[in-house]
Design a protein around this ligand. Structure first.
Ligand SMILES: Cc1ncc(COP(=O)(O)O)c(C=O)c1O
Length: 352
C-alpha cells in the first residue's frame, strides 16, 4: 500500500510555493539586489513599507536577520531590551542577539506573551537599579508564537507606545505572523505600523512564500539596518526571484489566513472531544493549537510509532505538550484525517 500523503502540522513554515507563485517567481525581473538594482526586491520593499505606513523597507532572508537588524540598529552594546520571556527574540534568537548586538534581554513573564503597559513601565524603571544599564528598546511579538498564536490587543500596544515615548524608546514589533493578527482582530497592518518604530514580518510563514522577511521603518532607520544586514552576510544578488514569491503572497495569501484560523478552531474542537486531551490555548486565537495529552503510561516513542502510518506530523518536541499549526497546505479534509489519527492513537495509548 502506498504511504498516505503527509499532513504536516509542525509549522506554517512548511508551506510549498503554489503553481501561481512559482509562475510569478519565474517571470520576475531581477538585478543585483546588493547594489539596489533588483526591481522586484525594490517593489516588495516599497509595497511593504506602504502597507504599514512606513517610509522604507528592507528585504532580508529571514525573520531572525530582520530582528537582529532592528535590535542592532536601535541599541548599543551593554544596553537592555525588553521582550516577553517566551518570545522568539528572547528564546531562540537570544544567544545570537546577545552575541551579535551585545545586548541583554529583560524578559517579562506574561500569559500568552501579552504584557501590559504598566509592566513595561516597571521594567524600564527597574533596569538601571537591577542591571546597571538602561532599556534601549521594547519589543512585542504579534502574534505570539509560544503563547499559542495570541494576538496583542491594539489598544494595549497604543498604551505601550505611550510608555515608550515618555522614555524616548522605540517599540519594535516582531510581526512574523502580523497578518494572522490583522486578519483575526480586524486591525489593519497600518494600525500596527503606526504604533511601531520598526516592524518585521515574515513572508515564509502563513503567507506561504519560500524565503524572506521584511523590516519596515523610517528611511534613516532602514538605511542603518541595511548596513547591519550587509555586515552579517545578508547582501543578496538576484533576489527578485524570491521577492516575487513574497509579492505574490501579499496579493493572494493574506485574506485566506481566516481559513487557517477556522481550520485551527475545528482541529481544537475535535481534539477537545478526545478523552485525556486538553487544549492549552482555548479559545484558539489564530492558526496555532497547543494541546496536552495526559498519557497515563504511553510515552513519546509509542506516540511517534503509532502516528507514523497516518502521515500526520505534529510538533511533539515538548511531549506530552503538542503544537499543531494550520497553513495553506491544510484544508478541511486534512483536519478530518488528522483528527481520525489522533483519536485512534490517543485511544490506543490510553489502553496500552
Ligand atoms: C515569532 C517569530 N519571530 C521570528 C522568527 C524567526 O523567523 P525565521 O525562521 O525566518 O528566522 C520566528 C520563526 O519561527 C518566529 O516564530
Amino acid at each position: 500500500m502506498p504511504a498516505p500523503a503527509k499532513i504536516d502540522l509542525r509549522s506554517d513554515t512548511v508551506t510549498l510555493p503554489t503553481p501561481g507563485m512559482r509562475k510569478a517567481m519565474a517571470r520576475a525581473k531581477v538585478g543585483d539586489s546588493r547594489r539596489g538594482e533588483d526591481p522586484t526586491v525594490r517593489a516588495l520593499e516599497e509595497r511593504s513599507a506602504a502597507l504599514f505606513g512606513k517610509e522604507a523597507g528592507l528585504f532580508v532572508p529571514s525573520g531572525t536577520m530582520g530582528n537582529l537588524c532592528a535590535v542592532s540598529t536601535w541599541s548599543r552594546p551593554g544596553d537592555v531590551i525588553v521582550a516577553s520571556s517566551a518570545s522568539h527574540i528572547a528564546g531562540r534568537e537570544g544567544p545570537a542577539v546577545s552575541h551579535m548586538a551585545s545586548v541583554a534581554i529583560l524578559g517579562i513573564d506574561a500569559p500568552g506573551g501579552i504584557f501590559s503597559a504598566e509592566e513595561v513601565a516597571q521594567a524600564i524603571a527597574a533596569t538601571p537599579v537591577r542591571m546597571e544599564s538602561k532599556v534601549r528598546m521594547v519589543t512585542v511579538e504579534n502574534t505570539h508564537n509560544a503563547g499559542g498564536g495570541t494576538v496583542f490587543p491594539l489598544a494595549e500596544l497604543k498604551r505601550i507606545r505611550s510608555v515608550c515615548a515618555k522614555s524616548s524608546l522605540p517599540l519594535h514589533i516582531d510581526g512574523s505572523r502580523i497578518f494572522n493578527a490583522s486578519v483575526a482582530s480586524g486591525a489593519s497592518p497600518a494600525s500596527y505600523g503606526k504604533v511601531a518604530g520598526s516592524l518585521m514580518f515574515c513572508l515564509s510563514k502563513g503567507l506561504g512564500a519560500p524565503v524572506g522577511s521584511v523590516l519596515v521603518g523610517a528611511r534613516d532607520f532602514i538605511a542603518e539596518a541595511r548596513k547591519v544586514g550587509l555586515r552579517v552576510g545578508g547582501g543578496m544578488r538576484q533576489a527578485g526571484i524570491v521577492a516575487a514569491g513574497g509579492l505574490y503572497a501579499l496579493s493572494h495569501h493574506v485574506e485566506r489566513l481566516a481559513e487557517d484560523h477556522e481550520n485551527a478552531r475545528a482541529l481544537a474542537r475535535g481534539l477537545e472531544e478526545i478523552p485525556g486531551v486538553e487544549i492549552i490555548n482555548a479559545p484558539v486565537p489564530t492558526n496555532i493549537v497547543l494541546f496536552r495529552w495526559q498519557a497515563a503510561s504511553a510515552g513519546l516513542p509509542f506516540f511517534r510509532e503509532a502516528i507514523a502510518p497516518s502521515g500526520v506530523l505534529v510538533d511533539d518536541r515538548m511531549f506530552p505538550l503538542f503544537r499543531a499549526v494550520t497553513h495553506l497546505g491544510i484544508g478541511k479534509t486534512e483536519i478530518a484525517r488528522a483528527l481520525r489519527a489522533f483519536r485512534e492513537v490517543f485511544g490506543r495509548g490510553k489502553r496500552s
